[in-house]
Design a protein around this ligand. Structure first.
Ligand SMILES: [Zn+2]
Length: 404
């Protein structure tokens, strides 16, 4: 896109300053103080806020294999509506991307249907079965990293082998920590495997990333990890930051893995996010069909959607009341994932335009029936959300635009 976003509050170096964003050839040409007069053909952004495009390091786009739940097209439309210009897609697909050929099936669909940048994760093990190493070297040039998301790798020897190979390739291992000796409801299922992984990560020197952390013990382990010599980062999701077990009802839309835990866990995650121990916020956007989420908590599949509500919920419920600095949230949703996964997005002159324009004064209830995602299952139905995304540019292209 060429043009000018005139007279906005632009997020630069960790704070807002008034400016106009000049776009040329799909890149940010310059950001300069707004003139008195609006440039011809410019988009009036007076009163609006321009953020770097967000990056979600953990989404499920369900293609290939499960297009009844979501497609690359619908999932990336939802991402753009939430202000995301890049997403990293998990490999629990059919075929599972566990080598260059199966990965190519997914890459072809991305080339065809993605509205924003989609960087896939390759599987860590063949078929995500935890028994045999996937072809990491064959996939390395095309992926954000490697993950068996959805399953914990139970065998420590297998995990060590995977980490050694990923370290050699200088790629991230993103781990779904779940020790199957414990029920998912027990926080030990998460933190015991995280503790094992952090030890292995320190030994193998791999870039290790823990997915969707949900409990206080995990935050404490992450706080110690750097001291023990591990190159470790982690993410949590909006539902672990905003909900605790007391709010969970017997409905499928509260069912995800790991589950919503106790109030102390939520508070520890927020503290970790505030002090940087928890570096990333990712949605774990995991759409299912209506039927799969119907019939109460226990019969529903694990997973809720999150791309279209993540920023606006966290902004209204954490940033506005002063519980989380805005700069922490913006870094957790853009700078931190970009640095970790080597994604060259950012809001600065000379870079491809990846940004989102928000009306932060707009407030309204979450209404899943309006989602662009095929998944409609959210624990936040009816919650107030603050801020409305008006436009998202992804690597220079308009991925979403409404009301501006
Ligand atoms: Zn996931």
């Amino acid at each position: 896109m060429d043009g000018v976003l005139w007279n906005a509050w632009v997020w630069l170096d960790g704070r807002f300053g008034r400016g106009s964003v000049f776009l040329k050839g799909g890149a940010v040409e310059r950001i300069s103080p707004p003139g008195q007069m609006m440039e011809y053909g410019a988009i009036d952004c007076s009163g609006y806020h321009v953020f770097p495009g967000f990056t979600d390091a953990h989404v499920h786009l369900r293609e290939p294999g499960f297009s009844e739940k979501e497609t690359i097209g619908s999932g990336t439309a939802a991402a753009a509506r939430g202000g995301f210009s890049s997403v990293c897609a998990m490999p629990n697909l059919d075929p599972v991307p566990d080598g260059p050929e199966s990965l190519e099936v997914e890459l072809a669909l991305i080339r065809e249907g993605a509205r924003v940048r989609v960087l896939p994760f390759g599987a860590l093990t063949r078929g995500q079965k935890g028994k045999e190493l996937a072809d990491l070297a064959g996939m390395a040039p095309f992926v954000a990293g490697f993950s068996d998301d959805g399953f914990g790798v139970q065998d420590a020897g297998m995990m060590r082998e995977a980490m050694e190979e990923a370290a050699r390739l200088q790629k991230v291992v993103a781990a779904h920590c779940e020790d199957s000796r414990y029920p998912a409801q027990d926080p030990q299922s998460e933190w015991r495997q995280l503790a094992r992984d952090l030890e292995l990560a320190a030994k193998t020197k791999v870039k290790y990333h823990a997915c969707h952390l949900s409990c206080a013990q995990s935050v404490a382990l992450m706080r110690e990890a750097g001291r023990a010599g591990a190159d470790a980062t982690c993410e949590t999701a909006p539902h672990y930051l905003l909900l605790d077990a007391g709010q969970v009802r017997d409905e499928g839309r509260f069912r995800m893995n790991p589950p919503i835990r106790a109030r102390e866990d939520r508070e520890a995650l927020l503290e970790g996010l505030s002090d940087g121990t928890v570096g990333l916020v990712a949605t774990d956007h995991a759409p299912h069909t209506e039927k799969e989420k119907a019939g109460g908590f226990h019969s529903a599949k694990n997973g809720v959607v999150g791309l279209e509500t993540a920023f606006s919920l966290l902004y209204l419920h954490l940033v506005k009341p002063g519980l989380l600095p805005l700069a922490r949230l913006v870094d957790a949703m853009s700078g931190a994932p970009n640095r970790r996964f080597g994604i060259p997005d950012g809001l600065a002159a000379g870079l491809p335009a990846s940004l989102s324009v928000w009306d932060l004064a707009a407030e309204g209830p979450v209404d899943a029936s309006l989602f662009l995602s095929r998944g409609r299952s959210t624990p936040f139905e009816g919650w107030q959300a603050g801020g409305r995304c008006l436009m998202t540019l992804a690597q220079g292209r308009v991925a979403f635009r409404e009301g501006i």
